[in-house]
Structure formats: C-alpha cells, structure tokens
Write a protein that binds this ligand. Sequence first.
Ligand SMILES: Cc1cc2nc3c(=O)[nH]c(=O)nc-3n(C[C@H](O)[C@H](O)[C@H](O)COP(=O)(O)OP(=O)(O)OC[C@H]3O[C@@H](n4cnc5c(N)ncnc54)[C@H](O)[C@@H]3O)c2cc1C
Length: 380
Amino acid sequence: MTSEFEVLVVGGGPAGATCALNLAARGVEVALLEKESIPRFKLCAGGLSRRAQRNLGLDVSAAILNHVDALELLGHHRLRLRRESTTPFGSIVDRGRFDAIIVDEARRAGCVVIDSTEVMKATFAGSDAKLTCASGETFRCRAVVGADGTRSVIRRSLGLKRLKHRGVTVMFELEPNGSFTLADNVIRFDFGVVKHGYLWIFPRGKRFSVGLVTSRDRLRDPKGMVLSYVAEDESLGSFDMRFLGGAVAAFWTGEHALGNAGTILAGDAAGLVDSFVGEGLSWAIRSGQLAASAILSTRKHSRSYHHLHSAYLGLLRQEVLPELRRAFWFGRFAYKCPEPVFKMLSRLAHSRDLLGKLAQNEIPYRSLIADMLKQLVRRR
Ligand SMILES: Cc1cc2nc3c(=O)[nH]c(=O)nc-3n(C[C@H](O)[C@H](O)[C@H](O)COP(=O)(O)OP(=O)(O)OC[C@H]3O[C@@H](n4cnc5c(N)ncnc54)[C@H](O)[C@@H]3O)c2cc1C
C-alpha cells in the first residue's frame, strides 16, 4: 500500500517530533514515521537546559524527574569547581515520557503519527521521494526530514558520508542502597578520567545515571572505566549498578552536508550535538524547529522543495552551526589541557559565572571564550 503526504518526518525523537508539531500546527499535511512503539526507551542521561525547555514551549512537567540546582566539576575525584543557582540550571527528564509528550502534541496539531514502522530506504525521483518500510508499506512525499538518529537511514539513502568525528558513550543506572552521599539536585562531571571526554553522575529520579562520553571513537573498556571509577570513590556510599547500554556519538564539525534538495537532516542524524559536553537535546529541538521553518518558507515562495536544503542551511548558519563549531574547538582545547582550563576558571570569577550560564544555555560559547581571554589580558 502507498500513502501520500506533503512532508514525511522520519524519527519520533525530539528533533522529528518538534519539526512535525511545528508543521502540523501551520496546516502542513505531515506524517511522522517511528520504528519503535511510542513511548520508547532512549538511552540518555536526560539533562535538559532551561533554555531548551523554554524554546520547546510545551508543558513537560510530567516528564521531569529532578531539578538541577548545582553543578560540580571534578578532576579525578577532586572537586575543582561548584556552581549553585537559585534558578535551576535545568531538569532531568525521563526520555520516554518527554519524547512522547512532543509526539502527542504533534498528533493533536494534526500530524499523522505512525509508530512501530521502520523506514528501510528512501529513493528520490525528480521532486518526489519514496520511503520503503520494513512492513513493505511505501510512502510518497515532496519533502523529507531525516530525524532518525545517529545511524540515520535517510543520511545513507542520500549517499552522504558518515560523520567523521565520532565518539563513544556508555551508561549505567546506579541505585543507592542504604547510605549514599550524592544529592538528587546536583550534576557532576569528572574531566580527569577519560581522554577527550568526561564521566558524569546525574540524578535520575531516586536513582542516578553514571556514564562516560569521549569525542574519540576508540576507547578500551569504557564499561570497566566507569565501574572502577565508582568503586574507587568510597565517599559515594553503597549502591547497585545496572548497565543500560552504549552508543556511538557523531558530531557535525563543518565538513558534511546536512541534506540535499528536498531532503534535510535534523538532530543526531545531522550530528548536531555539542561535542564538548555531549548535549544534544536542545540542538535536536532547535534544528527540528528550523527544519519546519525552512519547509514553511520554501513552500511559501516556490512550488517545489528543490531549494529546501539551502534554505535550511541558511537558518542553521545563523545560530546553530557557528555555536557547535565553537563548542568543538573549545572542547579540543579544554580536553587537551584540562589543568590550565581549571586553573583559569578558578581564578576568573566572572568567567566562572559565565560557565554556569553556558550550562543553562543562556549564553553562547563565544561569550565565555571572549570573557576568559579579556580577563587574562587584563590580569597580565
Ligand atoms: C548515553 C547518552 C546520554 C546522553 N545524555 C544527554 C543529556 O543528558 N542531555 C542531552 O542534551 N543530550 C544527551 N544525549 C544526546 C541526546 O540523547 C540526543 O542528542 C538526542 O536524543 C537527539 O534527538 P534526535 O531526535 O535527533 O534523535 P533520537 O532521540 O535518537 O530519535 C531518533 C528516533 O528515530 C527513530 N528511528 C531511527 N531509525 C529509524 C528508521 N529507520 N525508521 C523510523 N524511525 C527510526 C528512533 O527509534 C528514535 O526514536 C545523550 C546521548 C547518549 C547516548
């Protein structure tokens, strides 16, 4: 059976669901195809900045597990910096529930949501695209948004190269068992454990997530590194650990296309992730919104979607791509020489405040980097 829509969005994560919601709300005939049954499990620590929450503009309180009031930076178990904030840095969300809230809103706005349907390939002929699913069902449309995560089928169908800068991440769930010292409103990053990355401990309701991420694609025994880290830290108290999974992280760093003609990529499918801190939720939401804006402006000015990719790139270049590029270079520097960065931040009070604001997504990397340089020059 073949169904036809004006736009097909592949992937019901935050990027795809936000895009579908914004299109349906403006009267576009759109369907969202998701391979899992919604709500689905997504491996994620669930850290959501305040700004991302504000940008999304939906009531996601039903998905919030914890509010984050403090941020700790460590260098191999040693506390180096702690920032507290009277307005929370952000929240920890349950990804299954969070993503389902956005999908439900999209459905309410008029989007046709088709879950448990895996897209196997996309073929392009003239101004039309055809998506073939594992069930044998086919869909035709005039524009496609590939928001199908790191292993994007849409990216592959376009013949685009896989993203060059790749990383590794693993995650455990830690359940306190008797006395446990970490509070449920603090997020902790330890930059002294893994090269080009960090280990995190985030609250997760009454439990915690512990994991590591590195922006290098080869790492021996990441699971063992996490297990020995928590075993070494006697101050944590007693707990049980459960392995939740591992994933490949892929980062856009400037050299890759983000679509072609009437097909565009959003969120993880495009590698739109902050490679310094591994934050992807706010970029998935923002790129989903910009994908929808590009579709709306293209259909307003033209009968075909041939220029959709260039319209989308134009929007991404205004706010998303420069920031991700700065995150990449800042991360490269900070991971190469963590000691000088810690020292600089501990001396520069104003930059420390800005670091807190950066964590809340309230200021861009540009402001933090410029402030650090300015203060260093002043001190000389
Ligand atoms: C261990 C870990 C911890 C993380 N922690 C954080 C964090 O604390 N904060 C943060 O901001 N980011 C975090 N991230 C990153 C964040 O999870 C991603 O950046 C975010 O999920 C990207 O959203 P997305 O919509 O682009 O992709 P996804 O959320 O991956 O959604 C893609 C969707 O597409 C569907 N799909 C895939 N292939 C197909 C197909 N062929 N057909 C149909 N559907 C398909 C998938 O089932 C999925 O539902 C973490 C990532 C990992 C791995």
